[in-house]
Design a protein around this ligand. Structure first.
Ligand code: ZN
Length: 71
């Protein structure tokens, strides 16, 4: 029986992210930082893809965490 270690599904694109503060290159702050929130990634417009490839700014999530001063 060759199948022994495949019980985890990859729910994140790219490398596995440990718990804590996963950040994409386009993020201004770690997720959960007060005064910040998710916004549509300006690089891919929320599609998560640029030119057919995974957006490098949001890691394909289509969102980035940016400061939301509200001012
Ligand atoms: Zn993006």
């Amino acid at each position: 029986m060759p199948n022994t270690s495949n019980d985890r599904t990859a729910d994140q694109p790219g490398n596995a992210q440990s718990t804590g503060a996963p950040m994409s290159p386009g993020d201004e702050a770690p997720d959960g930082t007060p005064g910040t929130g998710h916004d549509v990634c300006p690089a891919c417009g929320g599609s998560g893809k640029v030119g057919g490839a995974t957006c490098s700014e949001c890691n394909g999530t289509g969102e980035v965490n940016v400061g939301i001063g509200g001012a």
